[in-house]
Design a protein around this ligand. Sequence first.
Ligand code: PMP
Length: 462
Amino acid sequence: MNPLDALLQADRRHLMHPGTHAHDHASGELTGRVMRRAAGIRIEDHAGRTYIDGFAGLYCVNIGYGREEMAEAIAAQTRELSFYHTYAGFSNGPAVELSRRLIEDWSPPGMRKVYYGMSGSDANDTQIKLIRYYQNVLGRPRKKKLIARQRSYHGSGVATGSLTGQPKFHAAFDLPLPQILHTACPDFYRDGRDGESEAGFVARCVAELEQLIDREGADTIAAFFGEPVMGSGGLLPPPAGYWPAIQAVLRRHDILFVADEVVCGFGRLGSRTGCAHYGIAPDLISVAKGLTSGYLPLSGVIVGERVWDVIARGSREQGAMSHGWTYSGHPVCAAAALTNLDIIEREQLVGNAATVGTYLQAQLHAAFDDHPLVGNVRGVGLLAALELMADKGARQGFAAPGKVSARVAQAALRHGLILRSLGMHDIVGFAPPLIVSKADVDEIVAITHRAVDEVAGDRDDD
Ligand code: PMP
């Protein structure tokens, strides 16, 4: 047996993959691909095929793959101090310096403290605990419910999977947990009514949120979680005026705003943060992915002044907050994040995401606005989506959603481009590393065009 087949066989036998159909994997029906090495925006598999990574791993490899500087920083910190925890007053230089930079340079105003984890899911889990703690210190034991949006993604733990507004994350796991509520997803393209203006649609989303709050009682609702641009639910930039209107409702009812910046943070939208891009003033922020560009796992919960003051008071009155992970503030992960931020700043990758992002959006519109299979082209910065429709004139999607977009992603893969089929409809997503050039974008759009055409030409068996 050749070495690749042996690897694939062992993979099928022993490795359990996330979000994967166990039978398809075991039977080999799902094509296995073992990735081997990567540099810049390109990644190679063990069969020797090279792809442009049009989705930056899982929208995380923002500085591109294989950076020597990252390898050096990680190696140097491993030699110096490979690990020490941050309980009981212990700290380490990289974690301290990273906290300072996150608060001073990479957060909206009014942020005060950073608590570290390893993943976006655990960051949001920490948020839930901080929110409960905050309400308990304030003597509001009933104000504990959480609101997220339908189709949102906030992780897949027991609590964070409950926040996630996608039924497939709930059904087989007895979720969502009680006290977690979902309100409308702001998908104007799909859910806007005939003749309804964008402003009218926003007013409807806001009214739905108000009704939910009224029904449950504002005194029972602690916090609202939102991604500035909804990611895995469909790459949905908010309609104009959406965030200011939602924030006004939350403020009126004294409901905390948690900005889930796991995808949007660190330049993906062409701004330093999604909050800055949309004028969001959050109480709490979750970051992960782009914080280290995926070189090592690291997440952060960024706590605003208003919440921190209460937490600090609680800690004086009740003693230490018993919440913590072994690896919180891991020095090697923090060193990786610092070098990642150095690279983003030095190479002005946020500006590149804005410039090349504008180009990407324009090229996608030019190529697909009139394509019969593509109902909607949307995005912001280096985050973009094509929504495929069975009948774009009637805004009608496919009967079995997800299959046609998966075929487009498969066709793109055959032609050397990784895209991602996502969401609850037929959505093809783009989120290339922030280092992409206009020439790279031309290649990405050309391959996508070929893939979409191939699938469009072969629709009888849809
Ligand atoms: N929040 C958002 C917005 C995400 O997109 C993700 C992951 N795609 C998460 C949280 C969870 O992050 P992780 O997979 O690192 O737990």
